[in-house]
Design a protein. Structure first.
Length: 385
């Protein structure tokens, strides 16, 4: 719960709380956290060397820019523990976030539903159980596939699947733009530079921090929130923290479908169709996005791209015959020997919120709320388990 005086101060971007906060990393998690904290009334600065850089149309992109924005929350199989609670909380918060961020100059919405196809009888059995326990969350069994002859058929599966009516997709580039506009209205400061190192300049409960930047400047803050993905490890090591993180490559193809009628009718398709970890997303006339987090390391494998297009042997002929228009890749940050994400108050004024692996955009609202609660010293045990 936010204190009443904080609610009042948060109603105006000109009324700031005294605490100064720096957020390192301007992906979805960092930007979403900056916006949330600024709404609470804090004096927030967002730092990232790519803040002012345009998105490339192909090749290598940063994490959020590369993401397809899939919100796979309610179809998560576990029903206990931190991983489930974070997903459940984020999916509860997302509609409110979209309402606040959506505007005429930057339309934002969640596209529904998400359909997940089963690959085996065992998986189909698990899906059947999930449809029973989460029917109140919009989960139901898939009863039939597309019958409309004007539409392109789905990948074939004899095991059925799940329809998640509240899961789906949010466009990552639209989200980024909307957050930029919202932060500007709340006077969030931005610095387009890398952080070289973090210096602790006081101790105890009154800790303060100095950030030394690649542009030659040094900035002092009372609280630092690190949302810098794989760069987080190098920032924390000089402070005595071991934070093993590994880059995991996500790849995306945009394909154009051949059609004798010139325009593909995607009616009957969900916002996201997921099969064996690969997501298919209709993307306008005759276009389809195909994406997955498929390999360890930093260099894309051409064979992995081909397997994406072939859906690991499950692709229908019309998809095999499609033409690749664009392809890109981006990195996710995966904790080593620890569950994702890494949410930890390391010491007074130093908070870690990174390593979200495949779920950065999905978990952005819950992560921002968790950071806010820690700064407000109102965290609950469920978020630290």
């Amino acid at each position: 719960m936010i204190l009443n005086n904080q609610r009042q101060r948060a109603s105006s971007p000109d009324k700031k709380l005294t605490q100064t906060i720096a957020i390192i990393g301007a992906g979805a998690v960092g930007s979403g956290t900056a916006w949330h904290l600024s709404e609470l009334g804090y004096d927030v600065t967002l730092i990232d060397p790519q803040i002012s850089q345009p998105v490339k149309q192909s090749g290598k992109r940063s994490g959020t820019n590369a993401s397809l924005g899939v919100l796979m929350g309610y179809v998560f199989r576990r029903s206990t523990g931190r991983a489930w609670h974070l997903r459940e909380r984020s999916m509860h918060l997302w509609p409110t976030w979209v309402t606040k961020l959506n505007q005429i100059s930057c339309p934002l919405k969640i596209n529904h539903p998400l359909i997940q196809l089963a690959n085996s009888e065992a998986e189909a059995s698990l899906m059947n159980e999930l449809s029973k326990t989460r029917s109140h969350l919009g989960i139901e069994l898939l009863k039939h596939q597309i019958s409309n002859k004007q539409s392109k058929s789905w990948p074939q599966t004899k095991y059925g699947g799940l329809i998640s009516n509240r899961d789906g997709r949010i466009d990552s580039l639209s989200l980024k733009k909307c957050l930029e506009i919202a932060m500007k209205k709340l006077n969030v400061q931005t610095i387009s530079s890398s952080v070289l190192h973090i210096e602790k300049i006081s101790s105890g409960s009154d800790s303060k921090w100095r950030l030394h930047l690649a542009d030659g400047s040094a900035q002092k803050f009372e609280t630092i929130v690190i949302c810098a993905a794989n760069e987080s490890e190098a920032l924390l090591q000089p402070l005595g923290y071991s934070l093993p993180l590994a880059p995991v490559l996500g790849q995306v193809l945009e394909v154009e479908i051949q059609s004798s009628n010139n325009t593909i009718n995607w009616s009957g398709w969900p916002a996201v169709l997921s099969i064996n970890g690969i997501n298919l997303i209709p993307n306008g006339n005759n276009r389809l996005l195909i994406g997955a987090t498929v390999e360890q390391g930093e260099y894309p494998d051409f064979l992995k791209f081909q397997n994406l297009k072939d859906l690991n042997g499950n692709a229908p002929d019309w998809l095999k015959d499609s033409t690749v228009i664009k392809k890109w890749h981006g990195f996710r940050s995966q904790p080593i020997n620890r569950p994702a994400p890494l949410l930890e108050k390391l010491e007074p004024g130093l908070i870690l919120a990174t390593g979200h692996y495949k779920n950065g955009i999905l978990l952005t609202p819950a992560t921002a709320e968790w950071v806010g609660r820690n700064i407000n010293e109102e965290s609950k045990s469920i978020w630290s388990q």
